[in-house]
Design a protein around this ligand. Structure first.
Ligand SMILES: NC(=O)c1ccc[n+]([C@@H]2O[C@H](COP(=O)([O-])OP(=O)(O)OC[C@H]3O[C@@H](n4cnc5c(N)ncnc54)[C@H](O)[C@@H]3O)[C@@H](O)[C@H]2O)c1
Length: 256
């Protein structure tokens, strides 16, 4: 019961049904509910979100499906209103929604660049902007921003993704400093290569798959639960003295 009494909002957590391929946020939703949190899952994909919520409820947990495009400020306001009315004021926000399009610097289009900035950089800022008032009123909270190892080291592709995740990493430190006096902690999480619905096509590609594997000292992909465990730690009071920090969970990739 490491999150007992907390209300947690997780973006991009649609894929969390056991027996199906899970996303990192979906795995975290189930884990947070088992640890006593009431969990709001906000995503574009309501069909998958509803099924994840149903499974959490079947297992005795408390969950809510919330329609949200994280790029849209009006939708953030409506989503937080819904969560507060139905579950209570969120004191944990996991900004997890993400996209990743394979393209190097010259292949990247302006539209691609802007899409990544909108979902990751703008989305994380908007979530933070609108959740902090409630956290302040309830005496504090924890915001977990999902960045990536791609904000720390380079690769020859994913240009727009690298830049957007870098923005998440540095914005996290700024917000950590602004909100530390108000008891609101803000940390970034940096997952390594993790098999999820988003990455499966890339990791199963005959060219990309072996290339990715050759970069991992532990010689295997992460399971979503192994990354969600870091989210749980940062969301819980166990990390009460951490803010503005980077938690890397990557099988050794960035140690090289
Ligand atoms: N899987 C990896 O290898 C890996 C590595 C490093 C970082 N990450 C990051 O972890 C996070 C989760 O990734 P995942 O691989 O578990 O993804 P996933 O398979 O769960 O898919 C991402 C989810 O985000 C949702 N989403 C996308 N755009 C959205 C928007 N505008 N508004 C609301 N929801 C939106 C999608 O509907 C989907 O449910 C992402 O931020 C990703 O960049 C993943």
């Amino acid at each position: 019961m490491r999150l007992k009494g907390k209300v947690a909002l997780i973006t991009g957590g649609a894929h969390g049904v056991a027996g199906e391929m899970m996303g990192i946020g979906g795995a975290a939703a189930g884990m947070f509910a088992r640890e006593g949190a009431a969990v709001a899952i906000a995503d574009l994909n309501m069909e998958a979100t509803q099924r994840t919520v149903a499974e959490i409820e079947q297992n005795g947990g408390r969950a809510l499906a919330v329609p949200l495009d994280v790029t849209d400020e009006t939708q953030w306001v409506a989503a937080l209103k819904q969560v507060t009315a139905e579950l209570g004021t969120p004191t944990v926000l996991v900004n997890n929604a993400g996209i990743a399009e394979l393209a190097d610097v010259e292949e990247t289009t302006v539209e691609m660049w802007d899409r990544h900035q909108a979902v990751m950089s703008r989305g994380v800022w908007l979530g933070t902007k609108h959740v902090v008032a409630g956290m302040r009123q309830t005496g504090g909270g924890s915001i977990v921003n999902v960045s990536s190892i791609h904000a720390i080291t380079g690769t020859p592709t994913l240009a727009a993704y690298h830049a957007a995740k870098g923005a998440v990493r540095s914005f996290t430190k700024m917000a950590a400093i602004q909100y530390a006096p108000q008891g609101i902690r803000v940390n970034s999480l940096h997952p390594g290569y993790t098999l999820t619905p988003m990455t499966q096509p890339g990791f199963e590609d005959p060219v990309i798959g072996p290339l990715v594997m050759s970069r991992i000292p532990m010689a295997r992909l992460a399971r979503p639960e192994e990354i969600a465990a870091g989210m749980l730690f940062l969301a819980s009071d166990e990390s009460s003295y951490m803010t503005g920090a980077e938690l890397v969970i990557d099988g050794g990739v960035t140690a090289q």
